[in-house]
Ligand binder design. Structure first.
Ligand SMILES: Nc1ncnc2c1ncn2[C@@H]1O[C@H](COP(=O)(O)OP(=O)(O)OP(=O)(O)O)[C@@H](O)[C@H]1O
Ligand SMILES: [Mg+2]
Length: 348
């Protein structure tokens, strides 16, 4: 009887990372969304390099394995694209009707996006639709079509379609908004330190205003350890994934932690010069596998001298009993920020 059958309204978020393929399943059937299940599957080295899928078969196998580990069999998933072939830019234009923005965006994109206009997908979001001042703030998104199509092909090979192809930084922001509402005032940085790359997002009063990618992540740390200390790949990985900081990590951590900290400083400085104002990042929220590297947050804090917070999607989201199965929920939750941000968008 329909009255008593609670409609299944699950959404599946798929984060195809270069180190781990991650799946998050969220049940939207209740009063509040609930995390029903997560799973992650390691990806073989070099299957994805600099955001580009080198080996579609390996990646689609890992996607199938992650879905099966999460015990779901969806027809469509929400996924995202990111990296240097995606440009997100906040622009200010004279206020026009929402219906007119679309037309303007192509022209604006030609001014702001260094890609060939015939090969990009454009999208936009009006940041202040309710305001009535003379100018309006619009977030312009341009993604190289090749990148989007490559993602769709990998999904297709895994027998899936895309419910949404989002932008990494937006999906992250979506999870962040829900889990850390306290970060929605003032200027904060949300940083996702992954396997290959680090994504820095500056958020001003809850609005994402700048995103930057750095080519540094846990893979680079592992390579540093191998090169500097002569460790094998397995030994280096053990040092990185250990619960406590080992002295072996000291030098590489300082170098890479500072590289990320400098990236944040530069992003803030860029914003300050673009807006001719003081931009002071008051706190930094960090997620992704690199946030779990012992000592990473301390190293960043020592340089930036602002509070560094471990961001977790579970800060304001209930996880169903057994959602993490054999995984240590507290340890791995920060890795699922993006997948959860995608699944939080809802089914369909
Ligand atoms: N409990 C854990 N299990 C597995 N990996 C972990 C764990 N804790 C930390 N890590 C580290 O997290 C890294 C993966 O992080 P993450 O999933 O954020 O990267 P990714 O999304 O695959 O990479 P990218 O975003 O750069 O493409 C692993 O390479 C590993 O070093
Ligand atoms: Mg990632």
């Amino acid at each position: 009887m329909a009255l008593f059958s609670r409609k299944q309204k699950t959404a599946v978020g798929l984060d195809i990372g270069s180190g781990l393929v991650k799946v998050a399943v969220i049940d939207h059937g209740g009063a509040e969304p609930e995390l029903a299940r997560v799973a992650m599957v390691p990806l073989l080295a070099d299957a994805i390099v600099e955001g580009e899928v080198m080996d579609p078969a390996i990646v689609s196998d890992a996607i199938r394995a992650a879905l099966s580990a999460a015990e779901v069999n969806p027809a469509a998933v929400a996924t995202a694209v990111g990296g240097r072939d995606v440009i997100v830019k906040k622009i200010i234009i004279d206020r026009v009707k929402a219906s007119q923005v679309q037309e303007l965006m192509r022209w604006e994109a030609e001014q702001h996006v260094p890609f060939d206009m015939d090969s990009v997908e454009l999208d936009f979001q009006i940041l202040d639709p309710e305001a009535d001042d003379e100018q309006m703030r619009v977030l312009l998104v341009a993604a190289k079509r090749d990148l989007v199509e490559a993602k769709l092909r990998v999904l297709e090979e895994a027998g899936l379609t895309a419910a949404i192809v989002d932008v990494d930084s937006f999906a992250l922001h979506n999870a962040f908004e829900r889990s850390h509402p306290e970060a929605m005032t003032g200027v904060v940085a949300l940083v996702n330190i992954g396997h290959e790359s680090t994504n820095i997002n500056i958020v001003e009063d809850g609005v994402p205003v700048l995103t930057r990618d750095l080519n540094v992540g846990t893979r680079r740390l592992r390579e540093d350890l191998q090169r500097d200390l002569g460790l094998s790949a397995e030994e280096a990985k053990a040092v990185l994934d250990a619960p406590d900081r080992s002295t072996a990590l000291d030098t590489v951590l300082v170098a890479r932690g500072e590289e990320i900290a400098v990236g944040i400083e530069r992003a803030a400085a860029f914003l300050a010069s673009a807006s001719h104002s003081q931009v002071q990042v008051s706190s930094v929220y960090v997620c992704g596998g690199g946030a779990r590297t012992p000592g990473m947050l301390d190293t960043m804090g020592a340089r930036l001298r602002v509070p560094i917070v471990l961001a977790t999607p579970l800060a304001n989201l209930t996880a169903r009993e057994g959602a993490f199965e054999s995984l240590d929920a507290e340890a791995v939750a920060p890795l699922f920020m993006l997948a959860i941000g995608l699944a939080l968008r809802g089914p369909g």
